[in-house]
Design a protein around this ligand. Structure first.
Ligand code: FES
Length: 181
């Protein structure tokens, strides 16, 4: 009757059952069990933190590789009264670090494009007198009406941004055409 529990278990199961290793029946081993539980808990927390960090890193890389995924629509860019006809305004495309360039072509005509040249990513400049976007890097040029290449080494148009005008405010509303790369 007073036979120690371990001996009784061994007798019953021929050898000590596996669960008895993790859940000791000896009062002296209580400390051991809680230490083991603590290590398990610590491992779970470490794994959770590691997974979270990897997730954030992947998300950051994904957004960097795909800036279009990160854009925030419906963001105010400028008020009409803050820009004269024929002038340009540069900004960061909302939600990204990608530069954009807006030009007021007429009373109610605004256009905007990604500012990175589709050749080798140099920033294009607005040339008001020549009515074109000019890339000083290799002398490429783009149309302000469509973003298409006018001449030079670029082979693709500038990515066109969608704008919405409500009352006197110009809002960025996403990517109209092309890709931010
Ligand atoms: S980077 Fe613009 S023309 Fe080469």
């Amino acid at each position: 009757m007073n036979e120690p529990i371990k001996k009784r278990l061994k007798k019953k199961f021929a050898q000590e059952p596996k669960w008895a290793e993790d859940f000791s029946v000896e009062a002296a081993d209580d400390q051991q069990v809680s230490r083991r539980d603590f290590i398990r808990y610590l491992s779970l927390v470490s794994f959770g933190l590691f997974s979270g960090t990897v997730g954030v890193l992947l998300r950051t890389l994904w957004d960097k590789e795909n800036p279009a995924k990160a854009v925030t629509k419906g963001v105010k860019l400028i008020e009409k009264s803050d820009i004269d006809i024929g002038e340009s305004y540069t900004f960061k495309i909302p939600g990204t670090d990608y530069p954009g360039i807006l030009v007021r072509l007429g009373e109610d005509k605004f256009v905007a494009y990604g500012q990175k040249c589709s050749h080798l990513q140099a920033p294009v400049m607005w040339k008001k007198e020549e009515r074109k976007f000019h890339c000083p890097c290799h002398k490429g040029a783009f149309s302000p009406d469509t973003g298409d290449v006018l001449y030079g080494p670029p082979e693709r148009p500038l990515p066109q941004l969608k704008l919405t005008i409500v009352e006197d405010v110009v809002y960025f509303d996403g990517i109209e055409k092309g890709r931010l790369v």
